[in-house]
Write a protein of this length. Structure first.
Length: 474
């Protein structure tokens, strides 16, 4: 039998607690032949559970590394100063062979590989017990897997940026490294495929039980003859079209004209997604989450180590408004917490949420979609409408509404949106770092221990070695 193999980089990385990702997304390492001969729905359940759990294993580094670069989180660990030395140092301080430089690489590619095998298994499924798979069920399952693949590619390119990433075709050969615009185009096409499959599924649910944090998107929306997963795929489509629209600003800054067609496509996708412009906490918190438990053999929330995970004091000192419910929920500002200093960086503010072993971490919430819409509207010079989005999140945060007169210039409106991004996405997303880079204003994040923020993570050394150090993207 031919067993499953992964990209060269994935098979060379080892799992180190809190510093790396597992490289096997499927359960019990089934062979490709076994995946091509699914005979029972329980097999599909195991594969789907393993696929989503594989992404869950990537989530911590995907959030923690960018949030530390963005001056929101500090890992103050006297026994491991590499976080500060690397993530808050110069670009050359992030070693491609270390866990920082190789982070969020093997895990996403393993998940992509697992998604490809899952899709093949679903397509080839014949007689299934206790009930055959309908064509619509197959479409729903494949649409989810395609959406997960798009999510993995987004995670990879958000962290590698202009270094580019390989876009695999499902085989074992090393795929060429593609530049960021080409990667975005490939993700957009992948999401189009997911949207087609989920549209074909209509109001048919996926043929397995989703984890608790995804459960809201596993049911059929009979009233609208669609699966709720279609709204999730459209949400990611909006995100990638926004990235494509703002590509000219990456190097030219926020005064350069964006690509209007892509921004309009982002608005269209948002309207088809689960975006909901309601300024309540309940409405903004609708989305998908990775959940954690303390049961035997289960995964606990990796943010829960209060001995080393702190909020950067700049979160409070650089613009937090009195009464902001987002800050009150996420940052412990108690004066009884002792000041801790490592490598010249200090904080006495611990994380309040997430900080428990069972706290969930959001993968994508409606609040982020509202802020994406604000950014897209800003890019289309529709500042008054962008302000409405700002005020939606401020309303849920218990803050007074802003007026256009509070933002004298078009650029000031952008900074106003980015301020809300910081507090709305605090400790759950890479959005603050990615957004400042996207708009060409990365240095506005400010210096930390004397350094400007790094722009991207390197291609891991194992991948470079497999390619004889030929890393030019195409």
């Amino acid at each position: 039998m031919k067993t499953i193999r992964f990209l060269a980089a994935a098979v060379t990385l080892v799992t180190i607690a809190a510093c790396s990702e597992p490289t096997v997304p499927n359960l019990n390492n089934p062979t490709e032949e076994e995946l091509n001969a699914i005979t029972d729905r329980s097999q599909i359940q195991s594969l789907a559970t393993g696929l989503l759990d594989s992404d869950r294993q990537t989530q911590f580094n995907y959030v923690f590394f960018p949030e530390m670069i963005a001056r929101d989180i500090l890992r103050l660990d006297n026994s491991d100063p590499r976080y500060i030395e690397g993530l808050l140092g110069a670009p050359t301080d992030v070693s491609p062979s270390g866990f920082l430089g190789s982070g969020v690489w093997a895990g996403p590619y393993a998940t992509i590989r697992g998604a490809n095998l899952f899709i093949t298994g679903i397509k080839n499924a014949g007689a299934i017990t206790p009930a055959p798979l309908s064509d619509k069920e197959k479409s729903a399952a494949i649409g989810l897997a395609q959406t997960v693949k798009a999510l993995e590619y987004l995670r990879l390119i958000e962290l590698r940026d202009n270094n580019g990433i390989p876009v695999t075709t499902g085989g074992d050969a090393l795929a060429p490294i593609r530049c960021k615009p080409a990667v975005y185009a490939a993700i957009s096409a992948l999401l189009d495929s997911a949207i087609t499959d989920l549209t074909t599924a209509g109001a048919t649910s996926v043929p397995f039980t989703m984890p608790a944090g995804w459960a809201a998107f596993s049911v059929a929306d009979a009233a609208n003859s669609r699966t709720d997963l279609l709204g999730l795929a459209e949400a990611y489509k909006a995100k990638v079209e926004m990235y494509r629209g703002f590509l000219p600003l990456n190097s030219g800054g926020p005064t350069v004209a964006p690509t209007t067609a892509n921004l309009q496509a982002a608005l269209t996708a948002l309207d088809a997604s689960f975006y909901n412009p309601v300024g309540t906490r309940a409405a903004l918190d609708v989305g998908i989450f990775h959940t954690y438990t303390t049961g035997a053999g289960e995964t606990v929330n990796p943010f829960s180590d209060k001995s080393v995970n702190y909020a950067n004091m700049k979160v409070i000192l650089e613009g937090a408004e009195p009464g902001d419910l987002r800050v009150q929920a996420k940052v412990d500002t108690s004066s009884t917490i002792a000041l801790k200093t490592v490598q010249g960086d200090s904080s006495r503010f611990q994380l309040k949420q997430p900080s428990l072993p069972t706290d969930p971490i959001a993968v994508l919430r409606n609040e982020e979609l509202v802020l994406i819409r604000a950014e897209v509207l800003w890019g289309l010079n529709r500042d008054a409408e962008a302000l409405q989005m700002i005020n939606l999140v401020r309303q849920a945060a218990g803050l007074p509404a802003k007026a256009l007169t509070d933002f004298p210039t078009h650029g000031d409106v952008l900074r106003g949106i980015l301020k809300e991004v910081r507090y709305s996405m605090l400790f759950e997303s890479d959005k603050r770092w990615v957004d400042y880079r996207m708009f060409g204003i990365l240095t506005e994040l400010g210096k930390e221990v004397g350094n400007d923020p790094i722009a991207r993570l390197p291609i891991p050394q194992a991948e470079a070695d497999a390619r004889n150090n030929v890393l030019t993207c195409s």
